[in-house]
Design a protein around this ligand. Structure first.
Ligand SMILES: Nc1ncnc2c1ncn2[C@@H]1O[C@H](COP(=O)(O)OP(=O)(O)OP(=O)(O)O)[C@@H](O)[C@H]1O
Length: 759
């Protein structure tokens, strides 16, 4: 926390401490009593059984009353199951004193509620109780209004203190202007602000006009944009070095200069997340380019697959197991495809051998195995037969071959085997050479089995539809393992295209063909698996070109199938030497250095060049989530006043954390929870998870959950935090509830980095 100089405090430190200690003593007494009562109480289960016996014996007139009693006991049991009492070692983290209708009341905020009217102790659950909002939203002396059970209650905030405990003893109390800290038996006042000042005093505030300026490309970037239009381009560079900018400026240049060769509607921009899709559309609009197809990879391949494989189920499972995604995107799946092709080829050859009466066809089929496409293997076999067995017998054999070929399992059946046959799945695990866990084949086979099962609606199609309707309007299987029935995974689409190609040498069926484009941009290409890249490569005109942009240090795909940029280009069937962008334009120097240090041992050798100076990254450590919420609200309130047009992203590790932080911060101020890339790209506070923000940028970035539990050490977490931090154009604030994450760089590491740079 940063110092703000001495300010007067409203009460004498000694009396504040005495007050808080007295309140704590009363709370602990109340807790002890509540615990004793709970232990001594007749177990509710017994009471319920006794009531049931009474009900059986009772006459009709007594039954309604007994039923009501039973209902009450059951509700109490529910509450007891959910309800915990506050922890006596640290029963609350905040104390609010409000004046309502002329009377002062103390309200304590903690993780679990407790009420003892006799002792005047009220502990409310900080995430739920309406009164807790007052703590987060109002300053001392402010008037407030809250809605409780449809009634409006007004009051004034008299005191507002955050408290912390150490080893069961009160350790600190915040007071206006500072904090009282216990040192042994005495207390001392330290002047400090509850939250740091986020605006950088040296940089200008955001105004409505300073958004979206036109940028002038540097010489390096310009040269890439002007590259030979048909040449593939691989643009690499650190976060914020202008990769997206170059890719989209190249699109604009191609479409504008050669509209016949590169028409906008035959140009495809693929990105990993909807947020970046929306940003790319905005940038293209700014460049006055209309009609380019911009899509997330998932949306694009889903639409393509549904057209080409018209029999595909309409639904994807709402909560697919990660194991399925991991295995289905793994390059080792190609080994299972090879085996399936071999099986199919050998089956045909064996049949022909039986007809021929010797082992020639099988031998020739085995020789033809070098061909990776079934159709070509069988053609080679046919040519061999024509040559070696001319005449009537040869003709009959070739007809027999055609017949066998028609009987071969179609794409649909082949795909089913690839994702459902235990032997083939085991082959994938074997080919992955330790990269996939042993049990994964079984998990995927079980998932596929569920997907191929009928939904309850299908199974009960003979039953009257009205009787199948559920109260909440959801399907019968919703929320059960059976809800995967009749679905297809998003990863299956690429498998289907790959398998179709391996069988037929084409990417078309009777129903339709894979779309073709004159130019394709792949942004954040480090996130795509080889099987996906191969489909994209086949969507390119033979004369078409690609622009691939990415940064291996930013890959946050959990499956981790990225190997090298050479492998990416090879999967696309193109060749290009990489071009490196060296200057980080987005973030000021301190953020670039901090983000580089987060990568630890995997950081590139050189720290990127950062021409813009700026204020240091702010780090705040607080005892827990309640404190974090209070500190965040305080910091954000000040930021809103200091830089009202700024965009602020609160970026968490995962969706669960984003929801919890959104719930907490929205207690104190308006903020949006962003899912599916629905960013405003304008002023305001948005809470989201790190996987949503790839390729995006915000004025301020706040990491609210930077402790070791949420962000443990590991390359995947390091890269994800690196991505989050490098979204900031102005400042980064890291808040650690509890022990700070071990991947946050120390002062010492940052100092060393600066020294290396100076040399
Ligand atoms: N030559 C330049 N001069 C000034 N600003 C630039 C220049 N090039 C890019 N920028 C700005 O830098 C920011 C980052 O650019 P861009 O998003 O293209 O980088 P990126 O390499 O794709 O980043 P990331 O890998 O983090 O997604 C943008 O705000 C962009 O407008």
């Amino acid at each position: 926390m940063e110092g703000t100089g001495n300010r007067s405090i409203s009460s004498e430190p000694a009396s504040v401490v005495a007050e808080e200690l007295a309140l704590l003593a009363r709370t602990r007494e109340a807790l002890a009593e509540a615990r004793g009562l709970r232990r001594g109480a007749k177990p509710d289960g017994e009471e319920l059984r006794a009531l049931r016996d009474e009900w059986r014996a009772a006459g009709e007139e007594d039954r309604p009353a007994l039923l009501a009693q039973m209902h009450e006991v059951r509700a109490r049991m529910e509450r007891a199951r959910e309800g915990r009492l506050p922890d006596p070692a640290a029963p609350y983290f905040a104390h609010l004193r409000v004046r309502v209708a002329g009377r002062s009341r103390d309200v304590l905020l903690g993780p679990a509620p407790m009420l003892d009217a006799k002792r005047g102790v009220t502990v409310v659950e900080w995430r739920r109780a309406p009164i807790a909002e007052v703590f987060f939203a109002c300053e001392e002396g402010e008037e407030y209004e809250i809605e409780v059970d449809g009634r409006t209650i007004e009051g004034v905030v008299e005191e507002r203190r955050l408290l912390s405990f150490e080893g069961g003893a009160l350790a600190s109390i915040t007071v206006p202007g500072g904090v009282l800290l216990r040192e042994g038996d005495t207390w001392r006042f330290e002047s400090r602000a509850l939250a740091p000042t986020l605006v950088d005093p040296t940089s200008p505030r955001r105004t409505p006009e300073t958004r979206n300026p036109f940028i002038t490309l540097d010489a390096e970037q310009r040269a890439l944009v002007d590259r030979e239009p048909r040449a593939p381009l691989l643009v690499l560079g650190s976060a914020g070095s202008g990769k997206t900018t170059v890719a989209l400026h190249r699109v604009a240049a191609l479409v504008r200069r050669s509209p016949q060769v590169f028409p906008a509607k035959r140009t495809l921009v693929l990105v990993p997340e909807p947020g970046l899709r929306r940003l790319s559309e905005r940038i293209l609009e700014g460049l006055a380019v209309e009609g380019v197809v911009v899509s997330t990879f998932e949306d694009w391949i889903r639409a393509e697959a549904r057209r080409v494989f018209s029999w595909l189920p309409r639904n994807e499972p709402p909560d697919p197991p990660f194991a399925a995604s991991r295995l289905k995107r793994h390059p080792a799946l190609f080994a299972a495809m090879d085996r399936l092709l071999d099986e199919d080829t050998s089956a045909v050859a064996r049949k022909l051998d039986r007809l021929l009466g010797f082992r020639g066809a099988l031998r020739r089929a085995l020789e033809a195995r070098a061909e990776p496409i079934l159709r070509d293997r069988l053609r080679a076999l046919e040519a061999g037969l024509a040559q070696e067995t001319p005449g009537e017998k040869g003709r009959l054999l070739r007809e027999a071959l055609k017949e066998e070929q028609d009987k071969l399992p179609r794409v649909r059946a082949g795909h089913r085997r690839l994702v459902g046959d235990r032997a083939l799945l085991a082959r994938v695990v074997e080919a992955a050479e330790g990269d996939l866990p042993a049990g994964i084949a079984e998990q995927v086979a079980a998932h596929t089995k569920q997907q191929l099962a009928m939904t309850s609606e299908e199974a009960h199609a003979h039953v009257d539809a009205g009787r199948l309707a559920t109260l909440d309007g959801k399907t019968l299987d919703a929320g059960t393992p059976e809800e995967a029935a009749g679905t297809v995974d998003v990863e299956d689409y690429a498998i289907l295209f790959e398998w179709l190609f391996r069988r037929t040498g084409a990417s078309a069926t009777k129903a339709g063909a894979l779309s073709r484009y004159a130019h394709i941009v792949l942004d954040e290409a480090q996130e795509l698996a080889p099987i996906e890249l191969r489909v994209i490569g086949r969507a390119l005109d033979p004369e078409g070109s690609v622009t691939v942009a990415g940064d291996a240090a930013q890959r946050i795909d959990r499956s981790g199938h990225f190997r090298s940029w050479e492998a990416v280009m090879e999967a696309l069937s193109v060749k290009s030497e990489p071009a490196f962008l060296e200057t980080s334009y987005r973030s000021p120097r301190p953020i670039v250095e901090f983000a580089h240090a987060i990568l630890g041992a995997d950081a590139p050798a050189e720290v990127p060049r950062a021409p813009r100076e700026g204020a240091p990254v702010l780090c705040t450590v607080v005892p827990g989530e309640g404190h974090a919420a209070a500190v965040l609200c305080e910091g954000l309130r000040r930021l809103r006043a200091d830089d009202p047009y700024a965009s602020v992203a609160i970026i968490t590790r995962d969706e669960h954390s984003a929801r919890a932080v959104h719930e907490a911060v929205s207690r104190g101020m308006p903020c949006r929870l962003v899912q599916d890339g629905d960013f405003s790209f304008g002023p305001g506070i948005e809470v989201t998870e790190v996987s949503e923000v790839k390729g995006l940028e915000f004025d301020y970035v706040i990491i609210p959950d930077a402790n070791g539990v949420v962000w443990p050490d590991g390359p995947e977490h390091r890269r994800a935090l690196h991505v989050a931090v490098t979204r900031a154009m102005r400042r980064v604030w890291i808040v650690s509830p509890g022990e700070p994450s071990p991947i946050l760089p120390s002062e010492e590491e940052l100092r060393r980095l600066r020294e290396v740079r100076r040399r």
